[in-house]
Design a protein around this ligand. Structure first.
Ligand SMILES: Nc1ncnc2c1ncn2[C@@H]1O[C@H](COP(=O)(O)OP(=O)(O)OP(=O)(O)O)[C@@H](O)[C@H]1O
Length: 331
């Protein structure tokens, strides 16, 4: 986009402002009514809500695969409804559930799709493809020449992400990007994706059905109900700790306390001093690791205790009850 803000690292990311957007389909279905939402540059926001609440419609309005019938959408301070849609889409990466790779093109050619459309030289495109495949954890010499059917589901998904990042977009839109792979691969892809995001710091809007995924990935989560109504827009911890409406309370469910542990770190506040006779047999938990991982360790500790370490040095004792108390809903 012209006038797109660049951050200090020279990487580009634009804020997104949805200003009272609405979509009424030609058959009269009002998929989204008057939704306003702001996503900061470099932020990862997850849209979640029951099937049919309008998540995909919202996402596709941002890159104008669907035209809004009311309201404005700004990238940075430019109105996307005034932009040329084809040019706009080249500036916005888009990743969908089954990736949509071109089956008769190699991985390298798939990733180079947008750079080619933008008229990059062959050398520049080739170099970029190499960088991106490395970035998503695929060896370019090994995978660049393969065809999509020669990859696993998780590898295809990584190629999809690499392709979406190819032309250094200001925004990345992801519609259920990890839901087509099995749960173990999904968790690994999510972890890799968080590492990738820490590096590229794109503004990302991600749609999912999976609350655990939303909690793991989102800087903020927007919970939508029918008609794209915004029920709550908050950090995962606040959402799980203080659901704003009965709808959200029901949506996040009775086990929200346990979910909250995923995004709660083990801090010094929950530690007790290590007794002088602390058994060397106690399992070990890392300071700053998630309370959820700590609970997994504590559940297998016969005494319900673990030693907490920082950079390998013991710094305190953690009891199972302290972690369970963190899971108690505050409301
Ligand atoms: N082209 C269309 N014409 C008419 N109605 C549509 C069209 N596309 C979507 N809808 C309707 O708009 C509403 C929102 O659909 P949308 O796909 O945005 O929801 P969603 O939250 O992404 O759903 P899911 O989670 O099931 O993918 C639904 O009632 C859907 O039936």
């Amino acid at each position: 986009m012209d006038g797109t803000p660049a951050d200090g690292d020279g990487q580009r990311a634009a804020s997104i402002t949805l200003d009272g957007i609405g979509k009424r389909y030609p058959d009269g279905t009002e998929a989204v009514r008057d939704l306003s939402l702001h996503v900061d540059a470099g932020e990862l926001v997850v849209l979640i809500g029951p099937s049919g609440c309008g998540k995909s419609t919202v996402l596709r309005m941002i890159n104008r695969l669907i035209e809004p019938t009311s309201g404005r959408i700004l990238l940075g301070d430019s109105d996307v409804t005034q932009a040329d849609p084809v040019r706009l889409r080249r500036q916005i990466g888009y990743v969908i559930q089954n990736v949509g790779l071109f089956p008769h093109q190699t991985v390298a050619a798939n990733v180079a799709t947008v750079p080619r459309l933008l008229g990059w030289s062959r050398d520049r495109a080739r170099q970029r493809v190499g960088e991106l495949l490395e970035l998503v954890g695929l060896d370019p010499t090994q995978f660049g020449r393969r065809y999509p059917h020669e990859l696993s589901g998780g590898q295809r998904q990584r190629v999809g992400v690499a392709r979406a990042l190819a032309a250094d977009p200001v925004v990345l839109l992801m519609d259920e990007p990890f839901s087509a792979v099995d749960p173990i691969v999904r968790t690994r892809l999510q972890e890799e994706f968080l590492r990738l995001q820490a590096e590229v710091r794109k503004t990302i809007v991600l749609v999912t059905h999976d609350l655990d995924e939303a909690v793991r990935l989102g800087d903020r989560i927007a919970v939508l109900s029918e008609g794209g109504q915004l029920e709550q827009y908050d950090s995962p911890t606040t959402l799980l700790g203080s659901p704003a409406t009965p709808f959200v309370r029901e949506f996040v469910g009775a086990d929200r306390g346990i979910r909250r542990l995923v995004v709660t770190p083990v801090t010094r506040e929950v530690l007790e001093p290590l007794p002088a006779d602390a058994s060397v047999e106690l399992p070990v938990v890392s300071l700053g690791g998630s309370a959820y991982d700590a609970l997994a360790v504590l559940l297998t500790s016969p005494s319900g205790q673990a030693v907490v370490t920082e950079e390998g040095r013991p710094v305190g004792l953690l009891r199972r009850e302290r972690i369970l108390a963190l899971a108690e809903p505050s409301s």
